[in-house]
Design a protein around this ligand. Sequence first.
Ligand code: DGL
Length: 281
Amino acid sequence: MHPIGIFDSGYGGLTIMREIVRVLPHYDYVYLGDNARTPYGTRSFETVYHYTLECVQELFAMGCPLVVLACNTASAKALRNIQQLDLPALYPGPNGPERRNPPVRVLGVIRPTTEVIGSYSKTGEVGILATKGTVLSDSYVVEIEKFFPTVRVFQEACPMWVPLVENGEFDQPGADYFVKQHIDRLLTQSPTIDTLLLACTHYPLLLPKIRQYTPDNVTILSQGEIVARSLVDYLHRHPDMATRCTQTGQRTFLTTDSPADFSRQATVFWGEPVVAGHLAL
Ligand code: DGL
């Protein structure tokens, strides 16, 4: 078995995996949620990098030739190092570190999103809602500039949103205060922002409330469909990888914390019952 690995700090990556499986249903998938160490969004660069690399190596050890970091914080803080330093060192070619063609690949969620976000905006102003870690990394600002140099990017860190989602409070009345607070703060930076990106894989669960407190003329983007389309494109462009990933339609869910808790909570993100196993780190 050579499944596609999908990694997140907790449950949020399931919102990405759901869209990936919708468009690529025949592949095998292993989802790994590092629930024991979530949240990542408030942790240092070094910690997020260390945790992410450890989990990615576990997925490689399970036979995954391709791993998607379905987590913005991990994509912002760990992906570049893993791609540029760790993969060449872990999989050296016959003549030393193999930078061009390592046998395994890791992809993130930021690049596919920044490639398209500018095309949604008429005013040329986009807002990024994300964890503190993602905002401080400035990854969105830097990456959007590469593809859409004239687009202005405004960011707002929403530290309460992941706990609201992880604790099942995302559709409860208490969530309204924090959702409204951060939308208002972002739109105060510029009232002509016309495109909002939910740049954290947990936030789609808050979408009904985010929509409620956002003006109707503002487009709200979740990343799942964008990342899924980008993966389809990637596999077309890399037929060698597409053939190495096995296609028997199996889905495996693993968590570094309690499988019983994961199975109970994950259903909300996944949309149907989940039976998870445990991975000890
Ligand atoms: N899933 C993470 C992201 O997309 C956020 C959750 C966390 O802070 O661990 O940024």
